[in-house]
Design a binder for this molecule. Structure first.
Ligand SMILES: C[S@@+](CC[C@H](N)C(=O)[O-])C[C@H]1O[C@@H](n2cnc3c(N)ncnc32)[C@H](O)[C@@H]1O
Length: 263
């Protein structure tokens, strides 16, 4: 894979073990409801799930819009497209959700087609985040909302991994992200894209289950793919984090930035 386009290529072509980790990492739980709250999704809404991954968000959106609404799910990875189709079929809501394998950054939707567009943990990876916000604005009708949820990797922590080692891991994994600090940037980007109102909220809930260990393993994989990493440090981070989760004395935080932009 080319270093320049790795941030996109590693999604088009995902290793099987990372694909499986996402099933665990992105599974929905009641605690995540607050991430969708500001989107104010109601029965009958037409909603897009941009970068649907394994489909957990699509299922939640389909529940909220009900039988009278519709969800358009999009992803650039064909396995995720298949998994999302299977998931909504298993949930008995396939008629409410269509899933499209996206080939570029332009949505196959007309202007004002949607009431809401949700984009969760995807803005880190898009080619041009400002152009994406503008594209989202095009397909959402006046008064509708674009709701973006994302991390800012330079605001994450995993104690007792030292800040120095954590930074080495992040820096080595950098080619995997187009904009690793997207969390802090989304408010300004949405303003520049011309939305009439932009609300921002940050939710920082410490991970007490050790789910962030999957993120650590993914970051280590990205660092190794980059080929310029310091293996001793990367392995130390994985070992320290794994041991601390087993011992139950870790503190892991990955704040989520919620930007709700009204068209
Ligand atoms: C971290 S996962 C998040 C999945 C899902 N939104 C969730 O929160 O459960 C990122 C997803 O974005 C997709 N993705 C990455 N770049 C994309 C792009 N430019 N356009 C659309 N989807 C993209 C990936 O294939 C992957 O499914």
């Amino acid at each position: 894979m080319s270093r320049e386009t790795y941030y996109r290529d590693h999604w088009v072509d995902i290793e099987p073990d990372r694909l499986d980790r996402y099933e665990e990492q992105f599974a929905w739980s009641a605690g995540k409801d607050r991430l969708l709250e500001p989107a104010d999704i109601a029965a009958g809404h037409k909603v897009a799930d941009y970068g649907c991954g394994p489909g957990f968000v699509s299922v939640e959106l389909a529940r909220r819009v009900g039988a009278g609404g519709h969800v358009h799910a999009f992803d650039i990875n064909s396995d995720f497209v298949a998994r999302t189709r299977q998931r909504v079929a298993d949930e008995g809501i396939a008629e409410r959700v269509d899933v499209t394998h996206l080939q570029g950054d332009v949505l196959p939707l007309g202007e004002n087609a949607l009431d809401r567009l949700v984009v969760k943990n995807v803005m880190l990876y898009v080619d041009d985040p400002l152009a994406s916000f503008a594209e989202f604005r095009r397909v959402v009708k006046p008064g509708g909302k674009v709701h973006a949820i994302d991390s800012d990797f330079y605001m994450t922590a995993f104690d007792p991994v030292t800040p120095e080692d954590w930074r080495v891991l992040l820096d080595a994994a950098l080619p995997a992200f187009r904009t690793p600090e997207i969390g802090r940037k989304m408010y300004g980007l949405a303003r520049r894209a011309g939305f009439s109102d932009v609300a921002v909220r940050v939710i920082a809930v410490p991970d007490t289950m050790g789910r962030m260990l999957n993120l650590v393993r993914n970051l280590a994989g990205y660092a190794r793919e980059s080929g310029t990493h310091d293996e001793a440090t990367v392995q130390r981070v994985v070992d320290v984090a794994t041991r601390a989760v087993a011992d139950g004395d870790f503190f892991a935080l990955n704040p989520q930035f919620l930007v709700t932009a009204t068209v």
